[in-house]
Design a protein around this ligand. Structure first.
Ligand SMILES: *Cc1c(COP(=O)(O)O)cnc(C)c1O
Length: 466
């Protein structure tokens, strides 16, 4: 019997892995979770220590896809997904200080950690779809990193057309070029005359609208609520822990956080058997999670632009998955809380809050502190950090507790992706794009510009599907 997935809100049917891969969001508005989480014994963890990244990924992911994808096939997809990463270790761990470490997750094609999930997701989708003899259409809105990672992940897919909407003139030039210079008949970049919220509204409306695509095509979401993305991210927590002495000593992680997808994967690694003491939620001034963890109130506030744009969010969608556990899997309760949250702030029970505080700590880091951190890290370690990572290392120091063991900060992006923020830190250094992107500014761009109008966008998509 294959592993089944259930919705956090308990109203949607359970699905197998293939089902959740194609579904994204559950029909009841909830998020899918495995019914029973795989667990590794101490002996199994010890046996995993010497594995290469691809071997480890196969071992960690196999139980999640059982019944849908056999082990040999998975091994092939995984090694293909991580082959083009530009560091032999795939996810190297660098020492910053006696007990502070950096996990570099930016050696993939688009220089951000999202490549870990989306390189694999594209291959999983194409494999499953070719077996079913189906094609799908991916539609997403991006303000930066997700769009390029999704496009790179799907560029070789034969069964996927991908449409990425971004706000015309409002993404950085590096980020735009990382999307628009990828050649492929199945890749469609759409600049919308509007802002990011407009793009997101067009995507949301398309998912609930009447079918508008050619017969037989369905829409697939690849935003961070897709279970397969979370699953792929669990792997590097094991990999990093083994590099700094785990599982024989507990490890701590500091994670630059927006939608709570990445850090939730760390939480799952812990629940799967990895000894972890402290998971640090590092936020910028958009601090919904920091407020939740310190006050017990989960409440929306307007988004404010910061130097770390990939963490500029007003709510963290994946937090619902943690809530499900904090409330012992009581789906009716989660359903009620999310209904209430649509109306206004919600409060966590004392039990739920104290459970969360046992494992998680948090810190909020301002733009000024971010620049200060980039400068200080450059001076003390010779590492040039991107602004998201700098929030992580600052929060790591603020939240380190005596005697808890090594602290690993996730370096979520390469500094050359955010040159303006790095310049503001006045290190005297200009981050250089890695070799494979050195000619990014000379490459030909391809995109279409459309009005912020649902009918226009849908007609365009129907027309462009291969
Ligand atoms: C997406 C992103 C984050 C936030 O990750 P979540 O999974 O949304 O918490 C942090 N840093 C960078 C560079 C990102 O691209």
């Amino acid at each position: 019997m294959s592993l089944q997935y259930l919705s956090t809100r308990g109203q949607a049917p359970t699905l197998d892995f293939e089902g959740v891969l194609l579904a994204g969001l559950a029909k009841d508005g909830g998020l899918y979770l495995p019914q029973a989480l795989p667990h590794f014994s101490a002996a199994e963890l010890h046996a995993m220590r010497g594995m290469s990244y691809a071997e480890l990924a196969t071992t960690v992911i196999a139980p999640f896809v059982e019944g849908s994808i056999d082990r040999d096939t998975l091994e092939g997809l995984v090694s293909d997904a991580y082959r083009d990463f530009r560091h032999q270790a795939t996810a190297p761990v660098i020492q910053l200080d006696h007990d502070q470490w950096l996990l570099e997750l930016f050696h993939g094609p688009t220089l951000a950690f999202k490549d870990f999930a989306l390189q694999l997701l594209g291959r999983l989708l194409d494999h499953v779809l070719s077996r079913r003899g189906e094609k799908v259409v991916i539609m997403g809105a991006t303000s930066g990193d997700t769009g390029s990672a999704a496009i790179e992940g799907c560029r070789h897919c034969e069964h996927v057309d991908i449409f990425i909407l971004y706000p015309d003139g409002r993404v950085s030039e590096v980020q735009r070029r990382q999307m628009t210079t990828v050649a492929g008949a199945n890749i469609h970049n759409v600049a919308i005359r509007g802002n990011f919220d407009d793009c997101q509204a067009l995507v949301k409306a398309s998912f609930v609208a009447e079918p508008f695509l050619p017969e037989g095509r369905s829409l697939v979401a690849v935003n961070s609520i897709n279970w397969a993305r979370i699953m792929a991210q669990i792997v590097y927590y094991f990999y990093a822990a083994f590099a700094v002495g785990g599982p024989d000593r507990p490890v701590n992680f500091s994670v630059p956080t927006g939608n709570f997808g990445d850090i939730y994967a760390g939480y799952l690694a812990h629940r799967m058997g990895l000894p972890v003491n402290n998971l640090v939620i590092a936020t910028n001034r958009n601090d919904v999670l920091h407020r939740m963890l310190t006050t017990g109130t989960y409440g929306r506030q307007p988004i404010e632009a910061s130097l770390s744009p990939s963490m500029d969010i007003s709510i963290s969608s994946n937090f619902e998955r943690l809530l499900f556990d904090l409330y012992d899997g009581d789906a009716a309760q989660i359903n009620q809380m999310m209904t209430d949250f649509a109306q206004g702030d919600i409060g966590l029970s004392d039990t739920a809050l104290s459970r969360a505080q046992k494992l998680f700590t948090s810190a909020r880091v301002s733009d000024e502190e971010t620049c200060d951190e980039i400068r200080m890290m450059w001076e003390r370690t010779g590492q040039l950090l991107d602004p998201h990572t700098a929030i992580g290392t600052r929060a790591a120091r603020l939240c380190t507790r005596e005697g808890e063991g090594p602290m690993v900060t996730l370096a979520t992006a390469h500094p050359a992706k955010f040159p303006a923020a790095v310049a503001r830190a006045e290190t005297g250094q200009e981050p250089v794009l890695p070799g494979h992107l050195a000619d990014l500014f000379e490459r030909e761009e391809r995109f279409d510009t459309l009005d912020n109008d649902l009918a226009t966008v849908q007609a365009y998509m129907a027309d462009m599907c291969l």
